[in-house]
Design a protein around this ligand. Structure first.
Ligand SMILES: C[S@@+](CC[C@H](N)C(=O)[O-])C[C@H]1O[C@@H](n2cnc3c(N)ncnc32)[C@H](O)[C@@H]1O
Length: 294
C-alpha cells in the first residue's frame, strides 16, 4: 500500500508553483503587461495581492519581468503561509518594495487607508473560495478608479483523473467534490463556486469591471518517463488529500469503495501513471473600463 505523505499547506503551495507556471494563460498575462505599460497619474505603481499564500505570484511577477519597481503588498490570513512568504520573499525584490501582512482580506479592505489606494489587485487561486458576488464589491473598493484586476486560476467545473478506475465511481466522486464547493459555508456565509470561471464573465461586469482579456488556465499534471517534474507528485498527493478530507464519511459514498479508489490513485502517483487536469480560467479587467482614465 502507498501511504500519503503528511499534508502541509505551505509545501502544497510551493509544489503548485510549477503547475501554475505552466497553466497561467499567457494571452491574459500579456494583456495585463500591456495595460501596465500605460502611464499612471501617480507612480510608483501600488499592487495588492490578496490570499497570497507563500508569495509565489510575487516571485513570478519579478521573475517573469511583469514589474521591476513599485510597492507590492501581499496579505493572507494564515500565519503559517505568511511566515513562509516572509522567508521566501526576503531579499528577492530588487526595486519592488514588498510588504507581507497577515490579515483577513475583508477586514483589510474595510480600512479607510486601503480604499482607492491600488493600481492593481491580484487574486490568484483565491476568488473561488469566496461568495464572489458578495466579495467583489468589497475587494474592488481597494482599487483606484480605472484600476486593474488580475484574477487567475478560477476553478471551472472539471476535475479529471486519468486513467478512469470505475466510470460510475469516478463520476460520482467528481460530482460530490464539486457539490461540496457549491454548498460550502465559511463563517456562517455561503462561499465557493465550482463554476466560478464561467460565472466571472457575468459577475465582473456586474461589479463594474470591464473584462480586457480572459482564457483557460487548466492545471495539467503528468509524468514523463515515470517521473513528475519538481515537487508535483506531492502536489497530486495534496489534491487527493483535499478530495479525501472533503468526502470522507459522505453518506452517498460507499466507504470501502472510496478507500480503495484513494489507495488506487495513490499507487498511480507512485507508478507515475496518474494524470490530473483541472479546468480553470484567468481574467484581467479594469474597474470602470478605459485604461486612459487612470
Ligand atoms: C488556494 S490558496 C492560494 C494561495 C496563493 N495565492 C497561491 O496560489 O499560491 C488560498 C489562500 O487564500 C488565503 N485566504 C483564504 N481566505 C482568506 C481571507 N479571508 N483573507 C485572507 N486570506 C485568505 C488562504 O490562507 C490561502 O493561503
Amino acid at each position: 500500500m502507498t501511504t500519503a505523505p503528511e499534508f502541509s499547506f505551505p509545501r502544497y503551495l510551493a509544489a503548485k508553483q510549477s503547475v501554475d507556471d505552466r497553466a497561467l494563460n499567457r494571452l491574459v498575462w500579456d494583456r495585463l503587461a500591456q495595460a501596465l505599460e500605460q502611464p499612471r497619474a501617480t507612480p510608483p505603481i501600488q499592487v495588492l495581492e490578496i490570499g497570497a499564500g507563500i508569495g509565489t505570484m510575487a516571485e513570478r511577477v519579478l521573475d517573469w519581468g511583469l514589474l521591476t519597481k513599485g510597492d507590492y503588498t501581499t496579505i493572507d490570513s494564515q500565519a503559517e503561509n505568511v511566515a513562509a512568504a516572509r522567508t521566501r520573499l526576503h531579499g528577492a525584490t530588487g526595486d519592488l518594495r514588498l510588504t507581507v501582512e497577515e490579515a483577513d482580506v475583508f477586514e483589510f479592505a474595510r480600512r479607510p487607508a486601503e480604499q482607492g489606494r491600488y493600481d492593481l489587485l491580484i487574486a490568484h487561486a483565491v476568488l473561488d473560495l469566496f461568495h464572489i458576488p458578495t466579495a467583489l464589491p468589497h475587494l474592488l473598493r481597494t482599487l483606484k478608479p480605472g484600476g486593474l484586476c488580475y484574477f487567475t486560476i478560477n476553478f471551472d467545473g472539471a476535475t479529471i483523473f486519468e486513467p478512469i478506475i470505475d466510470p460510475v465511481l469516478d463520476r460520482q466522486i467528481e460530482a460530490l467534490y464539486h457539490r461540496s464547493m457549491d454548498e460550502r459555508i465559511t463563517d456562517g456565509q455561503p462561499s465557493g463556486d465550482s463554476r466560478s470561471g464561467r460565472h466571472l464573465f457575468h459577475m465582473l461586469p456586474a461589479a463594474g469591471v470591464e473584462i480586457l482579456a480572459a482564457g483557460s488556465s487548466d492545471w495539467v499534471v503528468y509524468a514523463q518517463q515515470g517521473e513528475y517534474p519538481a515537487d508535483e507528485a506531492y502536489f497530486l498527493h495534496a489534491i487527493l488529500h483535499f478530495v479525501e478530507s472533503t468526502l470522507a464519511d459522505h453518506p452517498e459514498l460507499d466507504r470501502a469503495a472510496f478507500a480503495e479508489w484513494m489507495a488506487h490513485r495513490r499507487r498511480q502517483i507512485a507508478e507515475g501513471t496518474l494524470v490530473y487536469i483541472a479546468h480553470q480560467m484567468d481574467f484581467v479587467g479594469q474597474l470602470g473600463g478605459k485604461e486612459a482614465d487612470r
